[in-house]
Structure formats: structure tokens, C-alpha cells
Design a protein around this ligand. Structure first.
Ligand code: KIV
Ligand code: NA
Length: 264
């Protein structure tokens, strides 16, 4: 295996070779994910929930994201490293977004991820024109969960689906080189995967996406509280955390995960 590049991700997408992504927040777990053959590691602002014990990702700071990105990057060998721009770091202006994205890039991120469509388009263009690869996150966007009135499926009705479709097209036209879809109907995610021309990574978005992502704590079965429908506990029947990561990679690659019961 060779280091994963943007071109390699585009080739995998074009060839229908599934992309296995997991979140990590530290060097030890990132190292084990590298051993297991994970293609991409996301330093998610979900660290607010699973590391910091926060109720939402809204209070997560850029400094926290930089710190955890540095921790993961030290263990990086081949994986494509994505880091989330947290709430408030890309909302003010493209210039502020670029300054903050640069800090994540300096910490070791190859790509930054930001939530939302429409108002984010100009910022995505500004970043990508300046050489910062961007993943756009649509569907359920946890940073605005309060405005969305909770964690629920997005794009179920025709108007919602049309908006996600329009935002996705606009973001890709503006330069986004990856799309992450969270909690959207499998049929909509499949359609976007076939038509957008960039890899689509799903979480609760069905099996037709170019790849999948899960929060590490969830897929290791150590999440507290209610388990979302789209999570599978890969520690079940695994003898070690490393084996759980390897089974996740194998099941994403084969298409065994996600199954219909994990999808909407
Ligand atoms: O922060 C995160 O872990 C994420 C994934 C759930 C996609 O954004
Ligand atoms: Na996130």
C-alpha cells in the first residue's frame, strides 16, 4: 500500500472500491487504524461528545481540534487525514475560514470538513482555490442540531431532498472534493454518489456511498446513551480493538456494512 492521496480517493470512487474511514483523536488508536488498513482518519469535532463529555459539538474550539489533529498526525503513515472546522471558525468570512483551516493543515490535516450548504459555497471556493482540500458535510449537521430540533433523518421529503441535491452540486462546482452525508435516505445518497463525480462518504446514508465513516467509540460499543440506528458494534465477536477495526474495514470493502437495518 501507498500513502492515500486525493487522486487515489477519486480513483477508488470511480472504480467502486469502497473507502473505509473512522474517527480518531489520538496517536494510539490512529496507529491501530493504520495497522488495520483504514483509508482515511477523521479528527471529528465529535471529540466534544466522546472525549470532552459535551452535550453538543458547538463549544469545541479550534485549539482542541489542532491539538487532537497533531496527536493523530504523529501516527499517520498512509491514511488520508481529515479534520473538522468546529462551529464558529468558518461562519464569519472566507478569510477567517482560511486562517483557521490553515492551522488544521499545519497540524497535519490533508483536508478540512465543514458543515452546511448554500452559505458555505463561497468559503469552499476560497479555500480550494488556495490549495486547501475541502469535504462538505450535508444532511444531519450536528453543529446546528439545535436549529434542526434534534438528531433526525434529513432529506426525507421531496423539498428536503431537492435542497441537499442543489447544495451538493453547488459545493462540488465550488471545488469540494469530497462530500459527507449524515442521516439521509439511502436512495438519495446513492443518487448523489452516482452523479456528483467526487467520493461520497456516508454515515447513516446507506450502502451505495463511495465509503463509510463511524465514530470510533460507537463502533467499539463504548458509546454512552442511545445507539443510533446506523451504528454496528464491531467489538462483538472481535478479540481485540485491532481486530474490530480490521473487521470494519473488511465489511466496508465488501459492502457487508452498512446493511439495510443501518440505513434509512
Ligand atoms: O465529528 C465527527 O465525528 C463527524 C462524523 C460523525 C462524520 O463529523
Ligand atoms: Na463533525
Amino acid at each position: 500500500r501507498k500513502p492515500v492521496t486525493l487522486q487515489r480517493l477519486l480513483d477508488m470512487h470511480a472504480a467502486g472500491e469502497k473507502i473505509a474511514m473512522l474517527t480518531a483523536y489520538d496517536a494510539t488508536f490512529a496507529h491501530a487504524m493504520e495497522d488495520a488498513g483504514v483509508d482515511s482518519i477523521l479528527i471529528g469535532d465529535s471529540l466534544g461528545n466522546v472525549v470532552q463529555g459535551l452535550q453538543t459539538t458547538v463549544p469545541v474550539t479550534l485549539d482542541a481540534m489542532v491539538y487532537h489533529t497533531e496527536c493523530v498526525a504523529r501516527a499517520r503513515r498512509l491514511a488520508w487525514i481529515l479534520a473538522d472546522l468546529p462551529y464558529g471558525t468558518y461562519h464569519e468570512s472566507p478569510q477567517v475560514a482560511w486562517r483557521n483551516a490553515m492551522r488544521l493543515a499545519q497540524a497535519g490535516a490533508h483536508m478540512v470538513k465543514l458543515e452546511g450548504g448554500g452559505w458555505t459555497t463561497g468559503t469552499v471556493r476560497f479555500l480550494t482555490e488556495r490549495g486547501i482540500p475541502v469535504c462538505a458535510h450535508l444532511g444531519l449537521t450536528p453543529q446546528t442540531v439545535t436549529a434542526l430540533s434534534g438528531y433526525k433523518v434529513q432529506g426525507r421529503d421531496e423539498a428536503g431532498a431537492a435542497q441537499i441535491r442543489a447544495h451538493a452540486r453547488e459545493l462540488v462546482d465550488a471545488g469540494a472534493q469530497m462530500l459527507l452525508l449524515e442521516m439521509v435516505p439511502a436512495a438519495l445518497a446513492g443518487e448523489l454518489t452516482r452523479t456528483l463525480g467526487v467520493p461520497v462518504i456516508g454515515i447513516g446514508a446507506g450502502a451505495e456511498c463511495s465509503g463509510q465513516v463511524l465514530v470510533m467509540h460507537d463502533m467499539l460499543g463504548v458509546g454512552s446513551g442511545r445507539k443510533p440506528r446506523f451504528v454496528r458494534d464491531f467489538m462483538r465477536g472481535a478479540a481485540s480493538v485491532g481486530e474490530a477495526f480490521a473487521r470494519y474495514v473488511a465489511d466496508v470493502k465488501s459492502g457487508a456494512f452498512p446493511a439495510p437495518e443501518h440505513s434509512y
